[in-house]
Design a protein around this ligand. Sequence first.
Ligand code: TXA
Ligand code: MG
Length: 351
Amino acid sequence: MHTEMLSAWTGEHELKTAAIERAAELLRAGETVAIPTETVYGLAANAFDETAVAKIFAAKGRPQDNPLIVHIAAFETLGELVTEVPQGAKRLADAFWPGPLTMILPKSGKISHAVSAGLSTVAVRMPKHPVARAVIEAAGLPLAAPSANLSGSPSPTNAKYVWDDLHGRVPLILDGGSAQVGVESTVITLADVVPRVLRPGGVTVEQLREVLGEVEVDDAVLHQLKAGVRAASPGMKYKHYAPRAEITIVEGTLAAFCAYVQDKDAFVLCFSGEENLFAHAVAYGKAHDGEAQAARLFDALRELDEQGAKTVYARCPDKTGVGLAVYNRLIRAAAFRLVRAPQPAEGTRQS
Ligand code: TXA
Ligand code: MG
């Protein structure tokens, strides 16, 4: 298949109508199109067309039991997709839509098995990115869209990475520049008695609690699922976000980290400003700055692969705020390898 790549902007603030129209036309005709969103790029298709949705799974090599998020541009559309819009959903939408928040609710009869992968619920998000919104509006359709990467590789934060993964597999990639947030949306289920975060993202658990009061965090956010346990969110059972390099997260202070990696001939995934301490380093944002780390993490993982890194030791992010999303992606990229570096004895020289 020939893949076309079109810029979605004419200038810094002006959308290219012809490119948006081309995308809308393909989507209405039952094709897939890769589009930018503020979190990561998505691979979109008409959410009401099962054949179109099947093309997403084929292009990505995505397991059939992993459901898709449906993207909308107006709150009113939510009513068509779910059996009922509870108060909590209204409050979350007021606070965080458009933006990096996905809500899971009991699905209506309009959502096919293909989209929900056989679950009785559907995931819905209203993206903020002007290109995503313009495409949804021009197509006049809700769009099912997972991240626009090959299944198993890191989510793409720019059009070049989409191209690397999907050229020859999709007819059109819309280039809308770099994704701002850099990790996928926060996924919260409202289908249980207590709202529960299934995947942390740009909207933090702390922010959700301010709006809803009690919010749980699913066990699978921080820990590997035990064999035989059913994942609340099927996406969480896959290794996911994985670069080719073997990553280990190293907890501890900078001094402890330096001492730990000193004799190892390996790459380091460090915080910005620490690069000069190591022979082979890729940085992923400043220490204690979850937003900056989220914006850099997936790019940094791809850069490690591009540089041929085989073994990588990573600095450990905080688990608060957006840092929780960073840790959640990094621990999966590391296949849950985590060690604690002992604090070096006082006076030990740090190289
Ligand atoms: O930011 C994002 O969410 C991006 C952009 C493109 O919007 N999309 C994205 O989609 O990350 P994807 O398919 O890569 O991740 C969707 C996650 C998966 O872990 C999936 O299992 C979960 O959401 N999910 C979807 N529908 C669900 C449902 N009904 N119940 C539980 N989990 C669901
Ligand atoms: Mg994905």
